[in-house]
Design a protein around this ligand. Structure first.
Ligand code: LAN
Length: 834
């Protein structure tokens, strides 16, 4: 027999290696959020809101507050709400059954009343330019005096209770939430209670134990009696799902602090974790900053087992029976048995068996240890870390969860348990109390705690990009100058070298989502603000009359953006990625997905790439090669994140329409042609989702299930299309030079049809999201995305008619078209000068 020179084993081995290499090459980046979740875990229950609604008192007014003697830095851009007996007109009635998302009516009414300039045209706009102009005429009336746009940033339902509990425990209800506040909070809580008696985890979520247990407690602490119908229904819902013993861990934590749940039933949060060596893979300094900064005050309070004297307080002691099954005796509950218990309806991200074992081991440590000296050193470190965060953020802290915990911790640390009065006089506590209003907002649904201390930088940046794209900067000169000034002033100048002791990277040159004093800049907010600044600085009126911005400050932003790129080519949110996706095995939260590390995101990457590209066009000499390399690596990351159906999942906006917009724009700015396979696939995906009325729309289930969720009717609309999602889809399609012009035109027609007579657009469903499971309002989003879309359509129009103003040459997807029509631009410029 003749033997072949290549043995069968060699062929098999080579084949195997090739397959392995192919699989490895095609593997998803660690940041890929995963395909659709299994049907058994998908969101099928729907929220059902009550028909009746609860009115907010007339008398609430927004105002700017900037003065303080206790804070380390000047307060900037803080919108606070004051209540005066001098009544304004009654706010419109909120109708949760129609739409649980409020439309910021009180704030807008107040702004429109103050407005002294010209009123928008009442005529029905006949062309795109008039629609955009009318929109801006309205929007300029909402601008705050300092140049930013403020607005309602509500949505999550687990934030307000933390603030109320902290205020109650510290005995500061009267200072933090005096009577009118309590009334407005009651209205909010009652408006969002659902027909089944529960509350959702966020504004559009069906009732969960997370939402219900916390909001029930808040309702009682702001003065609603246990016998009232809302409380009875709330108790019924909780009891149907096992009572507070089945609440998720973050809710249990607040209950333990309030003394209505015992610490033995809490999974340990040992402060010793901060003493692990830096190289250790599980060091908390590697966690996503939001996760790390929530568990920081938690571990400090946990180590002290701080507990309010509930037995001496009438409401808290009543809660000890209200929160549990009828007849269940608080003193007889075996708390230890409920450490891991959580209701099925809440269990979005079940605790992994590995984490359970770890928690069991830690429970043993808590029982037989902990070594006193170790606990002291680690607790002292945690406290020092918290104090440093307070100073860096001007007592705002990174977000609302940590804010409420720091408020309480600062009081406990100042000796509040033994001498409440002297604790109340401590500088830290007073400063914390002063910064509570930065998180509060009043809308027609009541007083809420916002997801952040506002979204000013984000909204202002997009608004100005839209003004540039619409060619309206000179027409709205005062508005643009004020916004420019605000953006220049809000660039972060602190921590140029980072604060590595507390795992803080250098942040100089960045922009935060809200303000500079909050001191937590985000990669994509930096990029979007940078884009706005780069576009505006070229504008004649800004050059002549705007406050100067040194080039060095722009270079700082470039350094910031380049240094925030991750090894996988993408950009994360606040920091470089410092851990691995297997950290999710340790996710202790049950209710949030993907919170353990700062992943790379398509949205953040696309924004960063676009900003760097725009910069390079203006400064071709500055770090051009590095920038070009970074953009190409970014594009490869975006390609790797595309799903097999051609879409991109949106992690911070609801949902695929948002992801697709960023995915396409990112690839285009890296020079990929609109005809490349990924872009064509995405265009096909989007066109396949267009509704018969010409629009697009996704329910929040898209985010939760990670699968496109169309509905026949979405909140606040008469169809399954919303203006915001339609505009995102259109921006993506137009940037991709979509050949189906008719589809684009039908989408634009829907946007035009839905413009209100005021120039604004209606508030529809929830547009923002975080951690897969929580919806969050994006206040100005509707307006700004729409204007951008219409401006892009207008761009098309100018291009055809030969009247393209120079400032409109910005649309990335159009760069190829633009280059061919450069002479056209020149002509337009000449004409403008003439
Ligand atoms: C935000 C709001 C803005 C958002 C964008 C800039 C839109 C996004 O592109 C990047 C991520 C970022 C900055 C973001 C991250 C998570 C935040 C801070 C939030 C959604 C607002 C509230 C949320 C925060 C985590 C809420 C507190 C809850 C915890 C689970 C800690």
């Amino acid at each position: 027999m003749i033997r072949s020179p290549v043995s069968i084993e060699t062929v098999a081995l080579t084949g195997g290696v090739c397959v392995a290499v192919l699989v490895w090459l095609r593997r998803r980046p660690a940041s890929y959020p995963g395909d659709a979740i299994p049907p058994s875990k998908q969101l099928k229950r729907e929220a059902k809101f009550q028909e009746k609604s609860h009115k907010v008192d007339a008398g609430w007014k927004p105002c700017v507050e900037a003065q303080s003697e206790v804070l380390p830095h000047q307060v900037s851009g803080q919108q606070v709400w004051v209540y005066s007996s001098e009544k304004s007109e009654d706010p419109v009635l909120f109708s949760p059954a129609n739409n649980p998302n409020s439309s910021d009516h009180i704030f807008r009414q107040a702004k429109l009343k103050e407005w002294k300039g010209p009123q928008p045209d009442s005529d029905i706009p006949l062309d795109c330019l008039s629609v955009v102009r009318k929109g801006f005429s309205f929007y300029q009336m909402l601008q705050c005096d300092d140049g930013q746009w403020a607005g309602d940033y509500g949505g999550p339902h687990f934030l307000l209770p933390g603030f109320v509990i902290a205020a109650y425990i510290t005995g500061h209800m009267d200072t933090i939430f005096p009577a009118p506040h309590c009334k407005a909070i009651q209205a909010y809580l009652l408006n969002h209670q659902q027909e089944d008696g529960g509350w959702g985890s966020h504004i559009e979520s069906p009732s969960t134990m997370f939402g219900t247990v916390l909001n029930y407690v808040a309702l009682r602490l702001v003065g609603v009696e246990a016998e009232e119908e809302a409380c009875q229904k709330g108790r019924q819902f909780m009891r149907q799902h096992g009572g507070a013993l089945y609440a998720p861990s973050w809710a249990k934590f607040w209950l333990a602090v309030l003394g209505v749940y015992e610490w033995q039933g809490i999974a340990p949060v040992p402060p010793e974790m901060w003493l692990l060596p830096q190289w250790f893979p599980l060091h908390p300094g590697r966690f996503w900053c939001h996760c790390r900064m929530v568990y920081l005050p938690m571990c400090w309070l946990y180590a002290r087992r701080f507990t309010f004297k509930a037995a001496e307080d009438p409401i808290a002691s009543a809660l000890r029976s209200e929160l549990y099954q009828e007849g269940q005796k608080y003193q007889q509950i075996e708390w230890r048995r409920y450490v891991h218990s959580v209701a099925d309806i809440d269990n979005y991200s079940p605790i992994h068996p590995f984490m359970r074992v770890l928690q069991e081991a830690l429970l043993l440590y808590e029982r037989f240890g902990p070594w006193k000296w170790l606990r002291k050193i680690s607790s002292d470190f945690a406290l020092e870390y918290m104090q440093s965060e307070d100073l860096e953020t001007n007592y705002l802290t990174i977000g609302p969860v940590s804010k409420a915990l720091h408020l309480l911790a600062s009081w406990v640390a100042a000796g509040g348990e033994t001498d409440s009065n002297s604790a109340a006089r401590s500088t830290a506590f007073r400063a914390h109390v002063q910064r509570v209003p930065a998180y509060l907002w009043v809308a027609e649904d009541g007083m809420k705690v916002q997801g952040y201390n506002g979204s000013m930088a984000w909204d202002t940046s997009f608004a100005m990009q839209a003004a540039v794209e619409g060619g309206l900067v000179s027409e709205f000169k005062d508005m643009s100058k004020k916004a420019w000034q605000w953006l220049v002033q809000e660039q972060v100048r602190s921590l140029p070298h980072g604060d590595w002791r507390h795992w803080r990277q250098p942040i100089q040159g960045g922009w935060g989502f809200s303000t500079a004093e909050q001191a937590w800049p985000v990669s994509d907010t930096t990029a979007e603000a940078f884009k706005a600044v780069l576009l505006l600085r070229k504008h004649a009126c800004i050059k002549a009359e705007g406050v100067p911005m040194p080039d060095q400050h722009l270079f700082d932003t470039v350094r910031f953006l380049l240094s925030y790129q991750n090894g996988d080519g993408g950009w994360a949110t606040y920091e470089n990625n410092r851990g691995w996706s297997w950290y999710e095995l340790l996710n202790p939260s049950e209710v949030f997905g993907d919170i353990m590390i700062d992943y790379s995101y398509v949205e953040c990457s696309s924004s960063a790439m676009q900003a760097l590209m725009l910069f390079t066009e203006q400064f071709p000499q500055h770090r051009a090669r590095e920038i070009a390399g970074a953009i190409q690596r970014g594009a490869r990351f975006i390609e790797a994140m595309q799903r097999s159906d051609g879409s991109w999942y949106g992690c911070w906006g609801n949902c695929f329409t948002y992801g697709c917009w960023f995915g396409i724009e990112g690839l285009l700015c890296a020079g990929r042609p609109a005809s490349c396979r990924p872009i064509e696939a995405c265009v096909k995906f989007l066109l396949g989702k267009q509704n018969s009325d010409g629009g697009w729309g996704e329910d929040f289930a898209s985010c939760f299930n990670r699968e496109y969720a169309a509905r026949e009717k979405l909140y606040g609309c008469d169809s399954g299309s919303t203006v915001v999602q339609t505009s995102w889809a259109l921006l993506a399609l137009m940037a991709a030079n979509c050949k189906d012009i008719e589809a684009v035109q039908r989408g634009i027609a829907l946007l035009r049809r839905r413009q209100l007579s005021t120039g604004d657009w209606p508030q529809e469903n929830v547009a923002g999201v975080f951690n897969r499971s929580i919806g969050i309002t994006l206040p100005s989003c509707a307006f700004v995305s729409l204007i951008q879309t219409l401006s892009a359509a207008l761009f098309e129009h100018h291009l055809q008619s030969g009247t393209l103003p120079f400032e409109m040459c910005f649309h990335y997807g159009r760069l190829d078209v633009l280059r061919q029509t450069m002479d056209l631009v020149m002509v337009a410029n000449e004409r403008a000068k003439g």
